[in-house]
Design a protein around this ligand. Structure first.
Ligand SMILES: [Ca+2]
Length: 515
C-alpha cells in the first residue's frame, strides 16, 4: 500500500473487551443515534451484496466472455463501475468469505481454511470477537439479511433474517436453515435463493434501510444446472486455454505435486467421461464438461440476479441502493492443465467486482487502474452507509474510485496468503506479493520454493524467473515489499525454525520432510 494502514496491535485486547461490553460502534467512540440510518427523514442507502461461489473474473459477458451471456449481471457494469483488477487475498471459500465480512486478512480473522485436512477439522467458524460490517450496519439501524451460501462453520450472526444452505448445500430441492429452523424447499438452488430474495424485499420493514447478502452456491463444483439450461452449449466446442498443455517446466515441486490435474478431476466420471480413456482424451473431455456446466449454472445465477434487480426497479429502490457483485475466489478452467483454485495464479485470484450505486457512483465505467481486494468490500460499504470505518480493518474504501476523485492515493501492491495444507488438492502453504507488473510467490515451509513472473511480458505465468541472476534485484525488492506488506497487517512468523511441509496425498510427495 502506498499509505501505511493504521496500526492497532497495542489496542487489540482492549478492543475485544470493549466490543463485548459496549458494542462495536461504541467501542469505536461512535454514538449510533447520530448515524444516517437512524436520522428521521434521511435516506441511508440500501445495500445488496451479491456473491457467487468460484466465479472467475471473465465468466461474464461484460468482461469479454463470448460464449457465456450474462445480460442481467452486465447491467451492473453498464449502470455502474466494473473493476478489471479485482483480487481475493486467499483463494478459498471460507477464508475469503470471512475476509469480506471483516475487512481483515485470513491470518487476522482466524478462518484460515475451509476446515479441510485432519488438523483443521475442529477449526471453529468466525471467532466471536471478530466484528463484521453487517454487525456495524445493524448497530447503526440497518435491517440485515443473509440468503444462500454461508459456508462458515458457526451459525450466521448479525442478521435479522437468515436463510442458508447447510455446508455447500444441494442443487435440487435443497434443505435450508432459516433463523435456526431447517426447511426443505423446492426447485433449483439458484431459483430458491432468488425466491427468498424477493420474499425478503416484500417482507422487510419499510422504516429502515436494509442490507441483504444474496449469495449463490451453484458455480462451485459439481455444477448441476437447472433443468432449463441442462442442454445449453451441447453443440459447441469450448476452446482450450493457451496453457492447457503446460508441462510445468521450471516451476516448483510444490506446484507439480498439487493434485489439481484436470485429467484426474472426478466430477464427470458418471456424467460422460469414461475413466478408461487415455489421459489426453480424458483431459479434453473433462474440460468440455467442466466449462459447459460451469457456464450453465451461471445462467441461472444471472436470471436470479435479474429478478432481484427488476424488483428493486419496481419498488423504486434502485437509485439509492448499492449493489455489489463479486465472487469468493476464481477458478482454473484448464489453465496449466489444472482445475480448482488456491494457487496464486491469475485465474484463481481474480474475481468479478461490479458496483452500481446510481445516487453516487460513476456509471458505465471500466476501471483498469486500481487493484481492489476482497478486504475492501467492508470499508467501502461502511463508508457509503455513513458508518465510520474501523481502523483495524485491513482493506480500503473504494469510494474515491467509485465517485471518480482524481489522483486518490491507492495501493500499488498487495499481499496474498494460502494455508490449507495438508488437505484436499495438496496445495502447499504459500504467500506472495503482486504489483501491476510482477508477482513473487513463496512456498515458505521447507523445502522453500519461489516463483517470479513478469506479468507484462508473461501474462500466462509460464516462465518462472526466480533464480535468474538478471532478476536478482527485482527479487530482492519484491521480498522486501512482501515483508513490509506483512508488517502492515501484523502477519508474523511463529518463533522457531522454519517448519517442514507435511506429506500430502497419495504418497507421491512424501519426499518432503521426515517420514
Ligand atoms: Ca469458493
Amino acid at each position: 500500500m502506498t499509505e501505511a494502514a493504521p496500526r492497532e496491535s497495542v489496542a487489540k485486547v482492549s478492543r475485544r473487551d470493549a466490543l463485548k461490553t459496549l458494542g462495536a460502534l461504541a467501542a469505536l467512540g461512535v454514538d449510533a443515534k447520530s448515524l444516517p440510518a437512524l436520522q428521521p427523514g434521511r435516506a441511508a442507502p440500501n445495500i445488496v451484496f451479491i456473491m457467487t461461489d468460484d466465479q472467475r473474473h471473465d465468466a461474464l459477458s461484460s468482461a469479454g466472455n463470448t460464449i457465456l451471456k450474462t445480460p442481467n449481471i452486465d447491467r451492473l457494469a453498464t449502470e455502474g463501475v466494473r473493476f478489471v483488477d479485482a483480487f481475493v487475498t486467499n483463494a478459498l471459500c471460507a477464508p475469503s468469505r470471512a475476509t469480506i465480512l471483516t475487512g481483515l486478512y485470513s491470518h487476522a480473522h482466524g478462518v484460515i481454511t475451509n476446515g479441510g485436512g485432519p488438523q483443521y477439522y475442529n477449526q471453529p467458524g468466525l471467532p466471536a470477537e471478530q466484528v463484521t460490517f453487517v454487525d456495524l450496519l445493524r448497530e447503526a439501524g440497518y435491517h440485515t439479511a443473509l440468503i444462500g451460501k454461508w459456508h462458515l462453520r458457526s451459525d450466521p450472526r448479525g442478521f435479522d433474517r437468515w436463510v442458508v444452505f447447510p455446508g455447500q448445500g444441494a442443487y435440487h430441492d435443497p434443505e435450508m436453515i432459516a433463523n435456526g429452523v431447517r426447511l426443505k424447499l423446492r426447485g433449483h438452488a439458484d431459483d430458491v435463493v432468488g425466491d427468498q430474495g424477493l420474499l425478503f424485499l416484500r417482507d422487510r420493514p419499510r422504516d429502515r434501510p436494509f442490507c441483504l447478502l444474496y449469495q449463490f452456491k451453484s458455480p462451485h463444483r459439481s455444477w448441476m444446472p437447472a433443468e432449463r439450461f441442462s442442454r445449453m452449449y451441447e453443440d459447441i466446442e469450448i476452446p482450450l486455454p493457451r496453457t492447457f498443455e503446460d508441462k510445468l517446466a521450471g516451476r516448483p515441486e510444490a506446484l507439480r505435486r498439487a493434485e489439481m490435474a484436470i485429467a484426474d478431476m472426478p466430477d464427470f466420471r458418471d456424467r460422460g467421461v469414461d475413466q478408461s480413456l487415455p489421459v489426453e482424451e480424458r483431459k479434453r473431455l473433462n474440460l468440455q464438461h467442466l466449462v459447459k456446466n460451469y457456464y450453465r449454472v451461471l445462467l441461472s445465477v444471472d436470471e436470479n440476479v435479474g429478478r432481484l434487480l427488476d424488483a428493486l426497479d419496481r419498488d423504486g429502490l434502485a437509485e439509492n441502493t448499492i449493489v455489489i457483485y463479486t465472487s469468493d475466489n476464481g477458478f482454473f478452467l484448464g489453465e496449466h492443465g489444472l482445475f480448482d483454485k488456491r494457487l496464486m495464479y491469475e485465474p484463481s485470484i481474480r474475481v468479478p467486482m461490479l458496483v452500481r450505486f446510481p445516487a453516487r457512483a460513476r456509471k458505465g465505467t471500466v476501471d483498469r487502474e486500481h487493484m481492489v481486494l476482497n478486504t475492501d468490500v467492508a470499508p467501502t460499504l461502511l463508508e457509503l452507509a455513513g458508518v465510520p470505518v474501523p481502523g483495524w480493518m485491513h482493506g480500503r474504501s473504494m469510494v474515491p474510485i467509485l465517485t471518480g476523485q482524481p489522483n486518490a492515493p491507492w495501493r500499488d501492491a498487495f499481499l496474498y496468503e494460502y494455508y490449507e495444507y495438508p488437505a484436499e488438492h495438496c496445495a502447499r502453504k504459500h504467500r506472495g506479493v503482486r504489483t501491476a507488473r510482477w508477482k513473487l510467490i513463496h512456498f515458505w515451509e521447507q523445502p522453500e520454493e519461489w516463483e517470479l513472473y513478469d506479468l507484462a511480458n508473461d501474462p500466462d505465468e509460464v516462465n518462472n524467473l526466480a533464480g535468474r541472476r538478471e532478476h536478482a534485484r527485482t527479487i530482492r525488492e519484491l521480498r522486501a515489499r512482501l515483508e513490509s506488506l506483512r508488517d502492515e497487517v501484523d502477519d508474523e512468523d511463529p518463533p522457531g525454525p522454519r517448519p517442514v511441509a507435511a506429506p500430502c496425498g497419495d504418497g507421491v510427495n512424501t519426499g518432503y520432510g521426515p517420514p
